[in-house]
Design a protein around this ligand. Structure first.
Ligand code: UGA
Length: 471
């Protein structure tokens, strides 16, 4: 099928590339001409594992192209995927102006009937507004627009795998033709006919993903309800972590055992600095706004948000308690991205923590394998190192703010010997507390107080063995 993708951010690029990989003819456009120029010259503007290779292969096979002429993209596609941003307004509501602009553009440029697929995350009932806008601004009277909602569930860092091997595909439709077309678009993915490319780290499942056909309103709601549930799950785990610290229990033992109950499940119970990134925080806010506008009690969601905001305060309290005076201290930061395997720093806890440390007079140095360029553009007063050991050298405290696996593999004995004061505050529960204490570190994390460390969590680092504290 000929498919157009409008918006070349995370969602648009992964969707466009994934659909080309699935065999469709895809043209992508974006209103940022520099982004399109970069993509045309083969430069992928975001870090997302496997995306660059797959994008290059599909461009070479002439299944994927880019244009800065949005009109051309609109005219080309039988189906148009809207993948533009819906950032939060000051009120917390989603800013839908980009969707509105695209709708008016499509209405003006389309010369034949089209399926318009809303993939951006939007509040329920946006599809109805989209339909109305397409009608009102339609330039060619004979052209028919069919609107569908197809929310995405991609996680940054594993977006390509998530797209090709989803656990569910949701299509919100109001007519049979749209349903048929979307089934056709996703057929290679739904039938798993299309195998994991060898360069992917492995197919998570050979089972067919669930195809769920709903109304447009339900599809839109599924997305917000899912992300908000994940946010509540994380905040719940964080509340339990606080409880563990008070009663001398270990959060990892507690969540592990909780997760064995299939009704609860083991994932998204990692305690730490809370949820960041460009999806969960904004989606919870937008869902709260939608609930309030609809006269529905949003208390649960607000509480999840409040618990999440408190994570930063609690982390800073841990720093102050251990470091005492922050002013003039050398603080090393490992990890800036909002989570591992991405260079995305939007709503990353690291930004707020560093800002507050700088405001209190600390000298901050930082290392992140992917996110330093983006961070240095907004936090120029931090000293950035191309090497994690340099960040620790002479530091009074070392903070772990992103769960990059690389940090687990570091030579912690070497770090111990070079730090000014061997103090590590781990905001992601990444390292093994027993091993860190064995090495002589003063070590703090979330929900794992010393008295709660059972023997099996303290691996014996026998004298001659590697002194790495890999967890
Ligand atoms: C999230 C959802 O997981 C995706 O399903 C969804 O498609 C996407 O938003 C979106 O709406 O586009 P993403 O923002 O990439 O994906 O990141 P997550 O993996 O969900 O992590 C979100 C935040 O929660 C991160 O800051 C992460 O560190 C934190 N987190 C996650 C925890 O603190 N604990 C956990 O157990 C899991």
């Amino acid at each position: 099928m000929r498919i157009s993708v409008i918006g070349c951010g995370y969602v648009g690029l992964v969707t466009g590339t994934g659909l080309a990989e699935a065999g469709h003819q895809v043209i992508c456009t974006d209103n940022d001409p520099e982004r399109i120029a970069a993509l045309k010259s083969g430069v992928v503007p975001i870090y997302e594992p496997h995306l660059d290779t797959m994008l290059a292969e599909n461009r070479r096979a002439q299944k994927l192209s880019f244009t800065s002429d949005a009109g051309e993209a609109v005219r080309e596609g039988e189906a148009i995927f809207i993948c533009v941003g819906t950032p939060p307004l000051e009120t917390g509501e989603a800013d839908l102006s980009a969707i509105d602009n695209v709708a008016r553009l499509i209405a003006a440029e389309a010369c034949e009937s089209k399926l318009i697929v809303e993939k951006s995350t939007v509040p329920a009932q946006t599809g109805q507004q989209l339909k109305r806008t397409l009608e009102v601004y339609r330039r060619n009277a004979g052209v028919e627009f069919r609107v569908a909602s197809n929310p995405e569930f991609l996680r940054e860092g594993t977006a390509v795998e998530d797209f090709l091997h989803p656990d569910r595909v949701i299509i919100g439709v109001e007519d049979e033709t749209s349903e048929k077309q979307l089934r056709e678009i996703y057929r290679p993915i739904l039938e798993r006919r299309f195998h994991c490319p060898v360069h992917l780290s492995g197919c998570p499942s050979t089972q067919s993903p669930a195809l769920v056909v709903t109304t447009i309103n339900s599809a839109e709601l599924i997305k917000h309800a899912s992300n908000s549930f994940l946010a509540m799950k994380i905040s719940y785990a964080n509340m339990i972590a606080d409880m563990c610290e008070k009663v001398g229990a270990n959060i990892q033992e507690v969540t592990h055992a909780m997760g064995l109950d299939p009704r609860i499940g083991p994932r998204f119970l990692e305690a730490g600095l809370g949820f960041g990134g460009f999806c969960l925080p904004k989606d919870v806010q937008a869902f709260i706004q939608l609930a309030e506008r609809s006269g529905v009690d949003s208390g649960m969601l607000k509480e999840a948000e409040r618990v999440n905001r408190r994570r930063i305060d609690l982390f800073l309290e841990k720093i102050r308690q251990s470091l005492w005076v922050v002013k003039d201290k050398q603080v090393g930061v490992l990890g800036l991205a909002f989570k591992a395997n991405t260079d995305d720093i939007r709503f990353a806890p690291s930004l707020e923590i560093i800002r507050r440390l700088l405001a209190e007079g600390a000298q901050v140095r930082a290392y992140d394998q992917e996110a330093m360029d983006r961070t240095s553009a907004i936090l120029p007063h931090v000293r950035y190192s191309r090497e994690p050991y340099e960040v620790a050298d002479g530091a009074d405290a070392l903070l772990i703010l992103t769960e990059w696996q690389e940090f687990r593999q570091l030579d912690w004995a070497r770090i111990y010997s070079t730090m000014g004061r061997p103090l590590v505050i781990d905001g992601r529960n990444l390292l093994n507390p027993g091993a860190m204490l064995d090495l002589g570190f003063e070590y703090y994390s979330f929900g794992r107080p010393i008295e709660a460390l059972t023997q099996h969590l303290i691996p014996s680092l026998d004298s001659g063995a590697s002194a790495r504290a890999s967890a």
